[in-house]
Design a binder for this molecule. Sequence first.
Ligand SMILES: NC(=O)c1ccc[n+]([C@@H]2O[C@H](COP(=O)([O-])OP(=O)(O)OC[C@H]3O[C@@H](n4cnc5c(N)ncnc54)[C@H](OP(=O)(O)O)[C@@H]3O)[C@@H](O)[C@H]2O)c1
Length: 336
Amino acid sequence: MKTYHLNGHAGAGRLVRTDLIKPEPASGEVRMRVEAASLNYRDLLILDRAGQGGFDGRVPLSDGAGVVDAVGSDVVRWRPGDRVAASFFRDWISGPFKSSYIPSSLGGSTMDGMLAEYVVLPATALVSVPDHLTSIEAATLPCAGVTAWHGLITRGGMGKSATLLVQGTGGVALFGLQFAAALGARAIVISSSDEKLACAQALGASILINYRDTPDWDVAVMKATDGEGASHVLELGGPGTYDRSLRSVASAGKIVQIGVLTGFGPKPDLARLQWENADIIGVTVGSVEHFTAMTRFLSEHAIHPVVDRVYDFDDVPEAYAQLRSGSHVGKIVVRL
Ligand SMILES: NC(=O)c1ccc[n+]([C@@H]2O[C@H](COP(=O)([O-])OP(=O)(O)OC[C@H]3O[C@@H](n4cnc5c(N)ncnc54)[C@H](OP(=O)(O)O)[C@@H]3O)[C@@H](O)[C@H]2O)c1
């Protein structure tokens, strides 16, 4: 089967095309024929770290969708032909997060990912793909979709009366926006580009702020909400955005802390949290249970993820390059 693996010594690309033997499912496992895999910002961080060692030999990308191709003994839940996607953490099935789940993240330092024609996973790590979605669309769900769902809906309790603030127009941001729009909530989007803001408006955002033209976007958020602020903030930037997120959050609001787009380790002044009785919710993607709940919502509201561009398998390096350029709106997908 065709696949890519990471190799820190393989020049600037650090991605090597390889042919491997198709894996066989053992008892309790399923072999999935991957039809599409999607890229996340995390995959850029991993590609860059591959240059420092640690990920060499690993198949990248956490997110993929396709069809069950073979099942091992004792598997009753799935049959060949079932349409499935893999959950980000192989071992986080349900219940609260445990740090012991971290090594089971697909496409990380200890587990191979989805950029291969076939993958074998435990039957418990798969989720049914909603009927209304293609495999290309379903491949966008495991990391970006589940992260936004877990943070905003499961933990954040976002509902119709919410005002959501999202940062940028990338994968996680647009899932948050689409969930808010489906619920009938108000959505604010900040972006580097007026063109991208027009896409966000078409998806249901009603307050649009270009953060290049308006670097004090927190002031603009407050003005546009009559001084109330956002009940839910999808915090994707990190050190470069955190203080403004804190100044944008409404009384009793929630900041869902997710991203590192401007780096790691924000050092925010948290005093405003106590004045506003607001909360921070830290999120690391989510479980199979979160993923399954999200697919029900997607079906109910006929939501189609926003796919910016689909690349062929031979063009994976170009897909990474586009993600790095930040020119995309929504998700970048590879067709296998
Ligand atoms: N904690 C978790 O479990 C988890 C899960 C998924 C993702 N993440 C993190 O969440 C972040 C987003 O991930 P993603 O995959 O959705 O990324 P992505 O698709 O690559 O999104 C990138 C977009 O973010 C926007 N952006 C960049 N810098 C910004 C800034 N300073 N202020 C506001 N917007 C900015 C830009 O959109 P515009 O051009 O429109 O401004 C850019 O195109 C990343 O840091 C990722 O590592 C964390």
